[in-house]
Structure formats: C-alpha cells, structure tokens
Design a protein around this ligand. Sequence first.
Ligand code: C2O
Length: 549
Amino acid sequence: VITRRYKFNVQMTNVTRLCTTKALLTVNGQYPGPPIVAREGDRVVVNVTNNVQNNVSIHWHGIRQLRSGWADGPAYVTQCPIQTGQSYVYKFIIKRQRGTLWWHAHISWLRASLHGPIIIYPKKNASYPFPRPHQEVPIVFGEWGNADTETVINQALQSGAQANVSDAYTMNGLPGLMYNCSANDTFRLKVIPGKTYLLRLVNAALNSDLFFGIANHTLTVVEADAVYVKPFQTNIILITPGQTTNVLFTAMSQPPNATFLILAGPFATGTAAFDNSTSAGVLEYVANGTPVNTSSLPMMKPTLPAPNDTCFRSQFSQKMRSLGNPNFPAASAPQKVDKQFLFTVGLGLNPCPQGQTCQGPNNTKFAASINNISFIQPTTALLQAYYFNQSNGVYNTTFPDNPPFPFNYTGTPPNNTRTLNDTRVELLPFNTTVQLVLQDTSIVTFESHPLHLHGFNFFIVGQGMGNYNASTDPANFNLVDPPERNTVGVPSGGWAALRFLADNPGVWFMHCHLEPHTSWGLKMAWVVLNGNGGRSQSLLPPPKDLPPC
Ligand code: C2O
C-alpha cells in the first residue's frame, strides 16, 4: 500500500477579491485549498495543525472511511475539534472509489474558505472507461463574501435569518469577469484544438445548486461522486452543494475566431435565490503553442437555464445512471430491504427566544428539521460517547422512523410548523439494507435540499414530485442501474428514495449541505453497530491523538 502524506497548516491569510481584502482561514495559505492526489487503494495521511483562533476539523467528503470513522471529521459527531495550537493526523485508505471527491472544514461555516479537491486516479495499470484525456482540470465552485463570515453566521444563528453570505460565485476561488473589479481574477483554461479535457467539478458553495456550461461545447458526463456513470451528453450540468461531477469535452479542431465563456450560476426555486449572479471563466484556444490574441474577438456565451427551471433539474437527474459494464461493473442496489424509513426534510418556525428579535414571519425563528427534529449538536463527540458506552446525556436512540404527524406536501402547510430540539440517532444493526425516502416539506420556503450521508454511498432508486406514495411509487424504482452517490438533491416539493447497505460500523452524519439549514438543525446521525464477524466488521479503536473535548 502506498502512503500519500500531506501537511495541512490551518492559518489566516489575507485574500483580495472584488476589491475587498479580508483575512481568510486557509490551508497552507491557499484559497481554495491544495488538492489531495492519490490512487484507488492508497493510504492517505493528513497531518492537520490548527494555527488559528477557531476550533477546526476537516472532513473528507465522500470517502467511505470503512471502519475508520475516527478520521471522518464532522465536529462533535466523530471527533471533538482540533483546538488552537493542536494537531490531529487523519488516516484512511481509499477503497473502491476513483474519480473526484473533496475535503472541507466541518465545523460552523468554516468550509467557506477551507476546502479543496480530492483527486483519485484508478489503480496503477487500470484504465478509465473513456479515452485518456489530454489534460485533467479541477474546477471548484465556491462563494466569496465581502462581509466577515463570523458576523454572517452569528446573524443567521441568533436571529434565524435567511443569510446571504456571498457577493460572488467563484471558480477555483476566482469570481470572474462579470463581476466588478475581477477582470484579473478570472479562471482561464487554455486548450489545444482537437484535444480532449476532463473537468473535475466540485460544488463547494455554501448555499446554491449551480448550473455550469461552456459556450459552443458539449459536455459528456462520465462520473459523479467518484462513481462512473453511463456517459451522456449535455450542454449544461446541474450540481448541488456537496456533489462532484467529472465531464469530458473536446476542443474544436478548427475553432472560430472567438473565445468562449465558462459560466456557473445558481439554480434556485422560490425565495431561495440568494444571489442570481454568475461566475465566468474563459476558454482560450492556443494554436501552435501561442495563444490566439483574443482581446478584440467576440465572446461566445452559454445559455444557462432560468434559475427556477425545475424541468431541467428532473430531466438531468434522470440521465444519471451507474455505468456497470463487464469491464467496469457497478455495485448493485439492495434488491430487498430490511428496514424502511420516511424522513421529512424542511424548514420550520420556532418561537423567538426571550429578549431577541427574529426574522421569521411574526417574529418567529427559522428552524430546520428531519422528521420534525431539529438536531442539537452535543458538546462531546457522538462517536466517542458511543464507543465508550457513555451515551447518557449525550444522545438518545429515539429518532422517529416516520414523520410524527401526517403532512400533505402539496397543499396548505400544517398549522404547527414548530420543530422539536433534540439529539437523537437512529440505530442500525450491521449489514442492514436500508430504504430511506426523503420527503421535502416545502414549508416556509421552497428549496431543494442537498442531503449528504457520511460513510456510505447510496443508490438513488426513485425521485418524484408531490407526496411520496408508499403503495405505488416503489413499482417504478430503478434497481437496475441507479446512480450511486453520497449527496442527493431532494427536489423542492418532491421526494427522493435511497437504498444503502449499512456495512460500515460507526456514527455517520447525515445533513443538508446548505450551510444555514445544517446550522438550523437539518441533520441527524446513524449509529451502525459492529457485526459478529470480528475485527473485519468492527470499528477500529480511536487513534491516540484524537482531539480531547
Ligand atoms: Cu460535505 Cu458533512 O459534509
């Protein structure tokens, strides 16, 4: 086994965008952060040192962490945070995954600037299921906000306001030429006529589903969340926060005398359009090694769908199918299920705490919940409490399998939109096959929720609009080639049905990847018990340097 070693120094670094300079939390001074590069089967060792005043933890988003849950990273779920001046070494093996994933801070909203790609090449001598590209280019989408992030967080948490943290969307940290003061902060990709390129796209934005496209170039989707998919062509990609997508495109052999805009802009429904602006990069053709002089040439612009184009959304998600051919077999979705869950995901309104003013309707405070439980973050890590049999006063195992009262998600919202605050987990015996239907409630606002599950990939076996119907919808489930992912966009006013095998003992977070919703409680944890098969079915013991609480 080859070991890839990294040193991550979390430090403050001054960064200027949109003519505003602010001190950002960075890894090694880089914004966005450095890539982790490895092959399938490699061991990754990252020594993270905290040189800032904030508590920090890092999550390796989409890495399965088989039996190595101590390295997963969500603060107060699998570890207590790394305190100022302290270090923690994350160690994990990349098993049965190749493609693009990403890493990000997993405490408060620090992932705003602390994030970067994880690039996983196939095993040595293994090929891609597509021709080897001339060049591979990661593009990480993010958000830049001029305001101090801490101030925005506090505002969102205390008043429960719909927070707008961003003044610009970014590609690899660059807002691009459609924003004021950003002409020099524009992502540029030089391409040679006739060559094929692989773009590794990561949506690290805090708040927005994004459309992505390049003028006059067709994209071929080949991979999503580090799983190969049946290739399909599209002009535009939709990518939800937390997701990664690999696409190929071929530079034209005789490009017209023009440069081509690369755009990323939000998909949002209802009131959720925090920011309708667009990040722009430039695709530049290089002939015989010299760039074409583009300054006087017309710029071709791709047409992104309207921000509320839900039709595009559902058509796009229908096209995602796992590859599964004889050379690249796909994992199969559980055909039978041991345990079924129906979880509502959505917002609610709670009474404003005494002495505060709140920004929800009638001075209420926005909350978010799963099955009406707004998850309260404990002050010690769930995984430690579980491992050392000290769950008393930390969490209880009464998470409801079904919504506490019937809803009708297509009609008038229920009168009681109040949520219950608690720290509850759902227990799963080892190797349980799970069917989990996530039903969006569309209470308070209309938003798709990007639900991310730690520790597993799940199969998206069905999706639909309106209320999930347990007696008729399963007949239409795709159990043949469903996409295998770690993050699903639960459609606003609709549902998504997932299946997964609980083969990874530990405590696994599941939450909305829209940062305000996570903070407001749209999160929960699964506890997967050890199997009877001894060491190979058991969570490993905690490492010695696990940060104390
Ligand atoms: Cu990408 Cu729990 O997060």
